[in-house]
Design a protein around this ligand. Structure first.
Ligand SMILES: [Fe+2]
Ligand SMILES: [Fe+2]
Length: 233
């Protein structure tokens, strides 16, 4: 394990299995140059959030961890206009997991979690979830969404908007209905189009508990941001 450079980024005591360092290394090689808020540290934060949720909800740690590393591996390609990152993530999971000796009987579950990770409660279409991994899918969705809110979520929101050349804010434009695959109308409007909506759509008690302080921080931020924007203070 110690041969992997990635051990400098993930602490040894946090590694859950022998397959994790080589998987992390393979993912790092593909996401280190991401500037949209979906870099390697997003994977690590989501992993730790996923493990918190897995502990609270009795979910499979290996499935949650592997999904955390792989779910956004295609964001760089998506940014280059080379297709949806969910499909690429599924293909990469099928390719990389056997290479790192991930338990073969759990690969389909990771693929399922990646395939459903961008499905939001307010989406206009829904696909049925595979019953056998329903808990892991819903738990992973919560982990990913927790990293989209709070102080880190706000930082990622502005990084994403900048990378995609969105205006900082255009308050004369009403926030629209946002779905996966679309860009927000502006960096700041995405707070209303997505981030503020996430708290009430989380799936698990552990996720909802972890969301409370993050959501409250965004409310304080929005109040100050708009007071400064309109020079009320
Ligand atoms: Fe994603
Ligand atoms: Fe993500």
């Amino acid at each position: 394990m110690s041969d992997y450079l990635i051990n400098k980024l993930i602490t040894l005591e946090a590694i859950i299995a022998a397959w994790e360092p080589p998987l992390a290394e393979a993912v790092y090689a593909q996401v280190a140059q991401d500037f949209t808020g979906h870099d390697f540290y997003h994977c690590l934060r989501v992993k730790h959030l996923a493990l918190r949720i897995a502990a609270g909800e009795g979910l499979d740690l290996e499935i949650m961890t592997a999904t955390a590393y792989l779910h956004d591996i295609g964001r760089g390609r998506e940014f280059q206009g080379q297709g949806d990152h969910v499909e690429f993530g599924v293909a990469q999971a099928e390719k990389l997991l056997p290479d790192v000796a991930f338990p073969p009987h759990k690969i389909a579950a990771v693929v399922g979690c990646i395939a459903h990770h961008e499905e939001y409660a307010w989406a206009t279409s829904h696909r049925p979830l595979p019953e056998a991994i329903r808990g892991e899918i819903l738990g992973f969705q919560d982990a990913d969404r927790l990293d989209a809110i709070g102080a880190v979520g706000l930082a990622r929101m502005f990084a994403f908007g900048g990378a995609y050349r969105r205006p900082l804010w255009e308050p004369h434009v009403q926030p629209g209905h946002w779905e996966h695959g679309q860009l927000g109308s502006s960096s700041y409007a995405h707070l209303y189009e997505k981030l503020f909506k996430l708290k009430d759509t989380l799936n698990t008690p552990t996720g909802r508990q972890l969301a409370a302080s993050r959501h409250a921080f965004m409310e304080r931020f929005a109040e100050q941001f708009e007071e400064e924007w309109f020079v009320k203070i």
